[in-house]
Design a protein around this ligand. Sequence first.
Ligand code: 6R9
Length: 656
Amino acid sequence: MSSTIESVLQETRAFPPPEAFVKQANISGMAAYEAMCNEAERDFEGFWARLARENLLWHKPFTRILDESNAPFFKWFEDGELNASYNCLDRHLKTQPDKIAIVFEADDGKVTHVTYRQLYEKVCQFANGLKKRGIAKGDRVLIYMPMSVEAIVAMQACARIGATHSVVFGGFSAKSVQERIVDAGAVAVITADGQFRGGKEIPLKPAIDEALAMGGCEAIKSVVVYKRTGTSIPMTAPRDAWWSDVVAGQPTDCEPTWVGAEHPLFILYTSGSTGKPKGVQHSTGGYLLHAMITMKWVFDIKPKDIFWCTADVGWVTGHTYIAYGPLAVGTTQVVFEGVPTYPDAGRFWKMIQDHKVNIFYTAPTAIRSLIKAGGDLPKNYDLKSLRILGSVGEPINPEAWRWYYETVGGSRCPIVDTWWQTETGGHMITPLPGVHALKPGSCQAPLPGVIADIVDETGHSVGNGKGGILVIKKPWPSMIRTIWGDPERFKKSYFPEDFQGKYYLAGDGATKDEKGNITIMGRIDDVLNVSGHRLGTMEIESALVSNSKLVAEAAVVGRPDDLTGEAVVAFVVTKGPRPSGEEAKAMANELRAWVAKEIGSIAKPKDIRFGDNLPKTRSGKIMRRLLRSIAKGEAITQDVSTLENPAILDQLKQNL
Ligand code: 6R9
């Protein structure tokens, strides 16, 4: 594969949008884009205020736009009042009640349609049920659900009553759930008995029981369980209740709870450079605004479009581009329970064909695995409905880009390579389908109103043709408001003193080419990107070291991986003698299972190496750069003269 990658990397063609596409686009042509950028430059606040008035339905209009008085704790539209669920559902009741909101395809292929009116009624009933169970405005509710209509209903119902949800991906362990319940101070959990993925049944509720038994979760007074698999599970009365009982007899209307624009709509945990995940807190008004405008600008959404984002609602992509954005703009979207390779690697293409999907949004890791599992399969399906393709989560290598463009998109569909983060709330840097000539592998240009730049360590712009640190120089409405319960860490992580606390530090390195196109080079902190999932190396190290029976010390680094982008490599010093041969293999497996239990399967190290020690300087610092070279299998060219014990390098080079 690497030789093809090289040949494509030299690909210098640009892919301009077809004339006909430009004509119909919501942002039509470069002049239109530049006019919007200029408007934002001329009157930054006026620009965002105009969009907020045009897109959102306000219960009480805002009079203040941006409040910078307590920077970097910025506030947007603060004195305005609205409700996110009202903005996603009620607004469609008069205009398009019978339009399909969700086409749900289950793992086994069963399809269910839910109209906007039906979704509204489900959300209202569940919201009433939550209220009856004592959940109120400001409460935090943890959601641990399979991909389902009910997961969306749960999020929307929380929003409707002003409760702040915190969705935890179903692949995370009981321990991770417990930590998040404690950190968020949650009072209720919404979960399911289990889920189906790839023909297999995976339990969910047992992890909740386990988490709640760990202690620190005494505030949880209610656990609502949606029955998905029907496998019998223990229910603890009166704490646990079935979803069907919670909604039984509840009215199908529920007056929305109006909240201030800054009211926390949700907290979503993500990995940072230290061991403890960060609870990224988002607002209601600014967040929803960005979800809506990016649906219109980036996905060029039109009333008849069928939209499909393949993310899980446990990630930010599933929040903005499943649970909120598509509903707020009234689109029909596909929601999928299963995995791309079941029953075979043609599943995505069959679903695009069956549901006549127009806009398809997925991750490079899925694209790469589908190329590997069946690069010719898309040709067996009718994919002519496709109009736009999207990519998110990690850099897309030009090889995967070209396959996506040609084989999936028939060389007809613009690819929007959208750079953004849990913290940014929505797309930030991306080509626009009716504006930019595409450059494979590059996210190219910031959205109007997003003031992105690449700077050096002193905060000076590097200019075209150079690389540096990606920053956002002005606040934007959907930005992270704080780290839940840790404002100091928020300031330190995102508005560091290096830049006088003025710029938002994204944590990514990037380059600008001669034309100013931005290309992301990857994280500059200790965060890995495995299959588009963010994992902190420190988080995995702490998980390993918490196995005090086996592990004395551990260091974790990333290594490039053809399929997953990056792979986790762990270097471990054991408590007992260094294992070798079969014993080492068995111990590596035991440690992998341990990490899966501590964090979740996605964090399992692909490769574990054992050494009598780790390479350290005489002052005791682990030389991670050396470990990265060893992990990659590179020759060591670094100076090792400051190493305490150079002999251990040979031990660590040994693959099991
Ligand atoms: C939405 C999401 C954020 C990190 C980000 C960056 C990487 C995301 C990318 C991309 C290159 C893209 N990333 N999109 N890198 N090109 N189009 O993924 O959020 O899980 O918080 O991850 O993902 O490194 O900093 P999140």
